[in-house]
Design a protein around this ligand. Structure first.
Ligand SMILES: C[S@@+](CC[C@H](N)C(=O)[O-])C[C@H]1O[C@@H](n2cnc3c(N)ncnc32)[C@H](O)[C@@H]1O
Ligand code: SF4
Length: 419
């Protein structure tokens, strides 16, 4: 598996150099010249831990959660105060992920207030919810705090698949009423596909239920079996997966939900929920990542170590990679392609180089294989291209993210990781 990702990396970066992450970091993050900067905040607490979930999280404990939020506010303060530009820095969006951020709902406003001391947010604030959090009281607290978008981790409305994943029952009726009573600009629902024996009918029914419960945005993630999770869910084969993905893409389209990223479908142009498709982002909290012009860094996964670093007014960075130019280009293309299209003018504005000059041959092959079409400077992914992107992304996740997170779950500050 890693042979495929290794060869692709060498080809696209035109180098044998691996991606090397080192235990070092900048004391002051160079984000003042970054345009289209997004913010991400990680809150790693859950009531119960799901066996299939790879994210950085621990079982909720009130004392730890409060000490963690105090540290989070301090981290925002350290980074915000280091801004060298004039006034406040403009950012596109702020997303809260986890874990289950609503477990700290009473403190979300305090965090947003701290962010707004240093940043002006232009495209709204998103927050991930567990279905149990979708009750009017919690939604009101979040809305009053300034949250404008929700992402609800449904996984499946069907009892059979929830059982496979070890998830509890979703009360669809009360969830629908709560979302009507306290409306949000974007309501996204996460579904998981490619579960054993799952058919097109099963998924169609999940999508229909999500839409009638009030979702104007649906995220359909392929199930990924991370090596370090304890889940025993078997993986679906490639042919079956492709058939399912093509069928659900066409179904969403027929319902007026257009694909607006590799995994997401939305009924309205403004309905967006993505903390990833950004040129640059600053991440706060355990496991949060930061992507700037020439570097990518990742915070420690260990809450107590995180708090300790912040108490010393030191950034909680665990590892940093300093990109070569080609590495940054590959990174840019990989994440921009999530939106299913790449505009050559954006590439040129970011790198000062023509996309065609840097990756002309690859794009020509992509067009010949009918992975992408080209019109007026924009490369658009086809249905076939989207499937292969999905497929490749799975390899990438298993050989890069799985390896890195597997190490970082055990070691707060590893010396070095080569990918
Ligand atoms: C941080 S999690 C969930 C938010 C919330 N804590 C919940 O459980 O509802 C974000 C999303 O990642 C997706 N996810 C988690 N583990 C996955 C896996 N092994 N494969 C594919 N998607 C996964 C799920 O759809 C989940 O809703
Ligand atoms: S899926 Fe959600 S609730 Fe389950 S462990 Fe992951 S973050 Fe926590």
């Amino acid at each position: 598996m890693s042979v495929i990702t290794d060869l692709t990396r060498m080809w696209l970066t035109r180098s044998f150099k691996p991606f090397t992450f080192k235990n070092e970091y900048d004391k002051v993050l160079p984000f003042e010249d970054c345009d289209k900067l997004g913010l991400y905040i990680h809150i790693p607490f859950c009531k119960n831990i799901c066996s299939f979930c790879p994210y950085c999280k621990v079982v909720y404990n009130e004392d730890l959660c409060n000490r963690y939020i105090d540290a989070l506010i301090e981290e925002i303060n350290i980074v915000g105060q280091s801004y060298k530009g004039e006034g406040k820095k403009t950012v596109t969006s702020l997303y809260f992920g986890g874990g289950t951020p609503a477990l700290a709902k009473e403190r979300i406003k305090e965090i947003i207030d701290e962010v707004e001391k240093y940043f002006v947010i232009t495209e709204g604030i998103g927050l991930e919810l567990h279905p149990d959090n979708v009750v009017p009281e919690t939604l009101k607290v979040l809305k009053d705090a300034g949250v404008t978008k929700l992402s609800i981790g449904i996984q499946s409305f069907s009892e059979k698949f929830r059982k496979i994943l070890g998830r509890s029952t979703v009360d669809i009726k009360s969830m629908t009423l709560a979302l009507k009573e306290v409306p949000f600009e974007t309501v996204s629902m996460d579904l998981i596909f490619a579960l054993p024996t799952q058919t097109y009918e099963d998924l169609k029914s999940d999508i229909d239920t999500a839409i009638s419960a009030g979702a104007n945005h649906v995220a359909i993630y392929p199930f990924i079996d991370f090596t370090f999770t304890s889940s025993k869910v078997p993986v679906m084969n490639k042919k079956e997966k492709r058939k399912l993905l093509d069928a659900i893409t066409n179904y969403c389209d027929s319902k007026g939900y257009e694909r607006n990223s590799i995994w997401t479908f939305a009924s309205e142009r403004e309905a967006k929920y993505s903390s990833m498709t950004r040129e640059n982002f600053l991440g706060f909290g355990c496991s949060a990542t930061t992507l700037l012009r020439d570097q990518f860094k990742i915070n420690t996964f260990a809450p107590e170590e995180y708090i300790k670093r912040i108490k010393e007014r030191t950034l909680p960075t665990s590892l940093t990679i300093r990109f070569t130019k080609r590495q940054r280009m590959v990174y840019w293309l990989f994440w921009t392609a999530y939106s299913t299209s790449v505009d050559e003018r954006d590439f040129e504005a970011f790198f000062g180089e023509k996309l065609n000059k840097m990756y002309g041959m690859e794009l020509k092959i992509g067009r010949l294989l009918k992975f992408v079409t080209y019109k007026d400077g924009v490369y658009k992914m086809t249905l076939k291209g989207a499937f292969y992107y999905h497929y490749y992304e799975n390899f990438y996740t298993l050989s890069y993210i799985d390896k890195m997170w597997g190490i970082m779950r055990k070691e707060a500050f590893p010396e070095e990781i080569k990918l």
